[in-house]
Design a protein around this ligand. Structure first.
Ligand code: SF4
Length: 313
C-alpha cells in the first residue's frame, strides 16, 4: 500500500472514530456530578491581582484555557501554569477545552514576558506548557528552551517544570528542551493504552512512553512526570497497567485526576471515581515504585507541583 493510501486510511479511521464518539455523546445524558466535585468559587484579591498581571502582560495560562477546577486554590497560592506558543492548538483532543485551529504567529518576546511575570508574581515553582504546534519544524522546542533560560536568569531560585507535547516523536526537539535543564520534564500520557487513539488527537500511547524513556536516557538526573485522567472508559486493571508502563520507562511522578466534561461537545464522563478509589490508586502507585503519586478527584497535572518536585528530588 502506498504512503498516500495509508494516510487516507488512517484519516478515514480517525473520522469514523470521531463520528462514533459524536453519536455516543449526542445520544446519552451526562451523569450527575457527585458532591465531592463541587467547586467553591473564591475570587479573592490574589486571584484578581494575578489575572491583572496575566492580561497586562498578554500571557495565557492553562489554568484559564483548560478551565481547571483548581484555579482559585493554585492562584491563591501564587502557583500558575503558563501556556506558551499561543492559545490555539493544532490538535483537537476529545477531552480538552483549548481552542483548536490555525495557530497564531510565533511571539519571540514571549519567553521574556513569562520570566517577568514569574518575578512579578513571586513564583517559586513555575510550570510552562504549550498547545501542540505541529505546524512548527521543532514543535516549539526552541521557545520552551528559551523560556526556561529566561526564567532561570530572572529568577534563579525558581524551580522550572515543563509540560511538553510529544513533538511528533522528534528526538532532537526533546534534546533541545532538556539542554535548557528544566527541573522536571513532564509529558502527559492522558489515558490508558486502549483508549489513547480515541481520546487524544494524533498522539500515541507508545510514542509518549518513548519520549519519557528517551528523556531519562538523555538526562537521567532530571525527574520525569506524567498524568492520566480517569472516567473516559478505562478499567481498573488498565490503570494499573499504565502505572507499570510509566514506571518501566523511569517515570518518578504521576498525577491521577477525574475527567470532567468541559462542554457538551466533549467526551462524556463514563464514570466518577470516589475519593476512596483515588486514595487506593495512590497506594497502588507507590507500591509499584512510583516516587510521588498525587491522586484525587480534582488533581490536575500541575496541582501541588512544588510538593511533587520535592518528593521526587
Ligand atoms: S494537544 Fe490536545 S490536550 Fe494538548 S492543548 Fe492540544 S487539544 Fe488540548
Amino acid at each position: 500500500m502506498s504512503e498516500a493510501q495509508e494516510a487516507q486510511e488512517a484519516q478515514e479511521a480517525q473520522e469514523a472514530q470521531e463520528a462514533q464518539v459524536e453519536a455516543q455523546t449526542e445520544d446519552r445524558r451526562p451523569l450527575r456530578r457527585p458532591d465531592w466535585l463541587k467547586i467553591q468559587l473564591r475570587t479573592g484579591s490574589d486571584f484578581k491581582e494575578l489575572k491583572k498581571i496575566m492580561r497586562t502582560d498578554g500571557l495565557h495560562t492553562v489554568c484559564e484555557e483548560a478551565r481547571c477546577p483548581n484555579i482559585y486554590e493554585c492562584w491563591a497560592h501564587r502557583t500558575a501554569t503558563f501556556m506558551i506558543l499561543g492559545n490555539i492548538c493544532t490538535r483537537a483532543c476529545r477531552f480538552c477545552a483549548v481552542t483548536a485551529g490555525k495557530p497564531t504567529e510565533l511571539d519571540l518576546a514571549e519567553p521574556e514576558r513569562v520570566a517577568e511575570a514569574t518575578v512579578k508574581m513571586g513564583l517559586r515553582h513555575v510550570v510552562v506548557t504549550s498547545v501542540a504546534r505541529d505546524d512548527l519544524q521543532d514543535g516549539g522546542a526552541a521557545v520552551f528552551a528559551a523560556t526556561i533560560r529566561a526564567i532561570r536568569k530572572a529568577s534563579p531560585e525558581c524551580k522550572v517544570e515543563v509540560l511538553i507535547p510529544d513533538f511528533m516523536g522528534r528526538p532532537e526537539s526533546l534534546a533541545t528542551v532538556l539542554e535548557a535543564r528544566p527541573d522536571i520534564l513532564n509529558h502527559n500520557i492522558e489515558t490508558v493504552r486502549r483508549l489513547s487513539d480515541r481520546v487524544r488527537s494524533k498522539a500515541k500511547y507508545e510514542r509518549s512512553l518513548e519520549l519519557l524513556q528517551r528523556s531519562k536516557s538523555l538526562q537521567p538526573e532530571i525527574p520525569t512526570k506524567s498524568s492520566i485522567m480517569l472516567g473516559v472508559g478505562e478499567n481498573w486493571d488498565e490503570i494499573l497497567e499504565t502505572m507499570d508502563d510509566l514506571r518501566a520507562v523511569g517515570t518518578g511522578i504521576m498525577t491521577i485526576g477525574q475527567y470532567l466534561q468541559p462542554t457538551r461537545r466533549h467526551l462524556l464522563v463514563e464514570r466518577y471515581y470516589t475519593p476512596e478509589e483515588f486514595a487506593l490508586l495512590r497506594k497502588e502507585g507507590k507500591s509499584r515504585g512510583l516516587l510521588h503519586v498525587e491522586s484525587g478527584p480534582l488533581v490536575r497535572s500541575s496541582y501541588h507541583a512544588h510538593e511533587q518536585a520535592q518528593g521526587a528530588m
